[in-house]
Design a protein around this ligand. Structure first.
Ligand code: ME8
Length: 652
């Protein structure tokens, strides 16, 4: 370990199901983990940040079948393909040190060994599984666990399942797990402990079915062909196989295990706080130090899900607002341990208020004033005013420690709120000290220099502490302050910026967004793409042949065509229908044709419809057109036939 390092720190996200493209909810957890990992690196820890994908299970097998590809091709496309999981994490500036796929050979082989170990030590045994299974969640349930007969996690139907299966003796570990949850701070927030103990442990923890025979896409149980390992066992052990547990691919188990924290969404806390520690107990392995169950990002009060069609695309938001602004919004707007309601309005107003008005303005005003009043750099001669400076200086000086305390408790929202309290205070300090007034007299220049110095120093410390959330912005601000120090120690020392600071101006960090226009643009973008060509559904009602033959279709030649006064729809046709008497037909096609371009054309009309009046004029028949929709717009083409066909010829 390097001398300066504070020690190792291992943090993980859940590994994602590549059953569909990831949405903003998935991004939320990964951004939070990234912020924590960056914070720990900033503090001086040797961090290993792991994320990855959980690629086995029936759901993936079914989806691949639907798509007509192999399961491996299916997951490869979602993980590695354009706009896939890896692309998204790159876009979001996620600093994971490792990425595990549960289809990686080393992981598969390790899972087989782990399963065999638990079988050999008697904690896995063979029996018959009878119960309920929720396919989308890959979860087994007992009848009593269902809520109104449905899966307690997702509310969907469960299917009856009965098959020969292996079981893990979860019941054996019930007391130890309960003790772990109730008497240590293994699981946070505390509210989740009550939920786990009351809903799952106290009603009686049953042994867990840990193999399946009804599908193939999983890690095969090597000593019993036909069985594949339950996807959650395969998935949970990723946290250790990624460090080299039961494999030679990696070699840092001793350094990083036990993990400092697993960040997981609230619906998978059960797997991480009951099943996971029980399996580790079975293998006599150290337990992770903490599982933190964060809340969900909700949309219109409900969970986002592909099947509900209400997912929010992080690509679109990152493109429109920038990656740092999106990362910031996710961490600033919702308390990490509870659910939060996502909305575009909240996103835009957070960017406008905090980033454009407060932070952006502070940086640009401060730098602009320093340059305007002093040119390249501040003068060394500066005059502090104890009374006027004390509050701001005290707030900035204590900020790092207050922030640290919040970050250690994963209270990202509070940590950011502390920074923004200081930023607001600094904006107020500008108004209180009115630099533009001080600038008017030469005598006040030393005081003016000190005011600007205090502001620059505030910006340095605030921006440095924003690094875990907005790494690119922090770097940019450091450059604008002339390469200001933003390492952990410097962020706790007020006055480190040289007195003769030389700030550099730049474009607005966060331009203000026009709420109304932006909401309209987002609304437009969220609409599903219009199909290129849409045709009318076919009629299901049959017409008997004799009825059809009653319709008299004739070729007609256009002798004259005129617009109809006061109607923007109708054209009036004078037609030669071969009878020697002109026929008049009115047709609502003015939007599609100019009258003069139709004269002389041979069209098709149905001629034995009863005459009807339109805009006071008689219409005797109807012209036949082809209609379809193109990119949402209705299109119409009059049916035109060969001009060699004489007027009045019957179409049959
Ligand atoms: O659960 N808000 O994978 P997953 C917040 N493969 N978090 C959300 C969310 C939302 N709207 N939607 C999803 C799995 N998540 C397993 C994990 S770990 C050994 C195996 C979070 O892709 C969700 O809570 O379904 C979970 O923590 C993570 O995204 C991955 O979900």
């Amino acid at each position: 370990m390097c001398e300066k390092c504070k020690g190792s720190y291992y943090i993980t996200t859940p590994i994602y199901y590549p059953s569909a493209k990831l949405h903003i909810g998935h991004t939320y957890c990964t951004v939070a983990t990234d912020a924590m990992a960056r914070f720990k690196r900033l503090q001086g820890y040797d961090v290993l940040f792991l994320t990855g994908t959980d690629e086995h299970g029936q759901k993936i097998e079914d989806k691949a079948k639907e798509a007509g590809v192999t399961p491996q091709e299916y997951v490869d496309n979602i993980v590695l393909g354009q706009g896939g999981v890896l692309d998204l994490w790159k876009l979001m500036n996620i600093s994971n040190d490792r990425f595990i796929r549960t289809t990686d050979d080393y992981h598969v082989a390790a899972i087989q060994k782990i399963f065999k170990k638990m079988y050999d030590n008697g904690d896995i045994y063979k029996g018959t599984y009878k119960g309920k299974y929720c396919k989308p969640c890959e979860s087994f349930w007992t009848e009593s666990q269902l809520v109104d007969g449905k899966c307690p996690d997702c509310g969907r139907d469960c299917v009856d399942a009965e098959e020969e299966a292996y079981f893990f003796k979860l019941s054996k570990y019930a007391d130890r797990v309960q003790d772990l949850l109730e008497n240590t701070d293994f699981l946070e927030p505390r509210s989740r402990v009550h939920e786990m103990v009351n809903n799952f442990i106290k009603p009686g923890l049953e042994d867990l079915c840990v193999s399946r025979t009804s599908f193939n896409w999983g890690v095969p149980v090597d000593f019993d062909p036909g069985h594949v390992v339950y996807v959650w066992i395969d998935a949970l052990f990723n946290y250790m196989t990624a460090l080299g547990f039961e494999n030679d691919k990696h070699d840092d188990l001793a350094k990083y295990w036990p993990a400092n924290v697993h960040f997981v969404g609230k619906e998978i806390v059960r797997f991480h706080s009951i099943i996971w520690p029980a399996m580790l107990m079975s293998l006599n392995l150290p337990l992770p130090k903490k599982v933190y169950g964060h809340g969900w990002l909700l949309l219109d009060g409900g969970k986002m899900s592909k099947s509900k069609g209400n997912v929010v695309d992080p690509y679109i938001l990152a493109q429109r607002f920038g990656v740092d602004a999106l990362r910031f919004f996710l961490m600033r707007s919702f308390p990490f341990g509870s659910d939060g309601n996502f909305s575009n309005e909240l996103l835009i107003s957070t960017i406008n208020t905090d980033l454009a008005n407060d932070l952006g303005n502070l940086v640009s005003r401060t730098v602009a004033m320093a340059q305007k009043y002093f040119g390249e750099k501040l003068p060394a001669e500066q005059l502090a005013d104890e009374e006027k400076d004390a509050e701001l200086v005290a707030m900035v000086s204590s900020l790092r420690n207050i922030y640290e305390e919040q970050m250690e408790h994963y209270a990202f929202q509070n940590a950011l709120a502390e920074i923004f309290k200081v930023i607001s205070r600094a904006n107020k300090y500008i108004d209180e000290n009115a630099p533009w007034v001080l600038a008017k007299s030469e005598e006040n220049k030393p005081r003016l220099a000190r005011v600007l110095y205090n502001l620059l120093e505030t910006v340095r410390i605030c921006a440095g502490l924003l690094t875990p959330f907005m790494p690119e912005t922090a770097e940019e601000i450091s450059k604008r302050l002339g390469g200001a120090a933003m390492d952990w120690e410097s962020l706790n020392v007020y006055g480190l910026l040289p007195a003769e600071a030389a700030p550099v101006a730049g474009p607005a960090l966060f331009p203000r967004i026009d709420m109304e226009k932006e909401l309209a643009a987002l609304e437009e973008l969220s609409k599903p793409p219009m199909p290129e060509i849409e045709i009318e559904p076919y009629s299901q009602e049959q017409v008997d042949f004799d009825t059809f033959c009653k319709s008299d279709f004739r070729a007609v030649k256009v002798k004259d065509c005129q617009p109809v006064k006061k109607s923007d729809k109708l054209l009036q046709f004078t037609l030669d229908d071969g009878t020697g008497t002109d026929r008049q037909i009115l047709s609502g096609i003015a939007k599609y044709y100019k009258p003069e371009e139709l004269i002389g054309k041979t069209l098709v009309a149905i001629t034995n419809l009863p005459p009807r009046k339109m805009m006071g004029r008689e219409s005797c028949g109807m012209l036949i057109s082809a209609v379809h929709t193109e990119k949402g717009e209705e299109k119409l083409h009059l049916l035109m036939v060969d001009d060699a066909i004489p007027a009045g010829a019957k179409l049959c």
